[in-house]
Design a protein around this ligand. Sequence first.
Ligand code: ZN
Length: 85
Amino acid sequence: MSGISYVLDCGRCGGESTLYSSTETKPFEYNSGDCLKCGFSYFTKASLLNKKELVKLRKQMSFKSKKLTNEEKNNCGEFDNLYLK
Ligand SMILES: [Zn+2]
């Protein structure tokens, strides 16, 4: 996995924090960070919006179709098995 590492101020305590960022990871970009002072830690985690959340987001974003088709409701097989554990 290739990417860029930064040293930043921690958003929680202001201490020294590392940030790792990669836009080359597939199928989505990855970011993670760890604070050396307070231990605050975060990372990119994949999940699915539930149906209600997705419909609400579509309305907010003026997405062309507000309702989910049967195809959109279905599990995406291997992708879901790999990234939505
Ligand atoms: Zn911190």
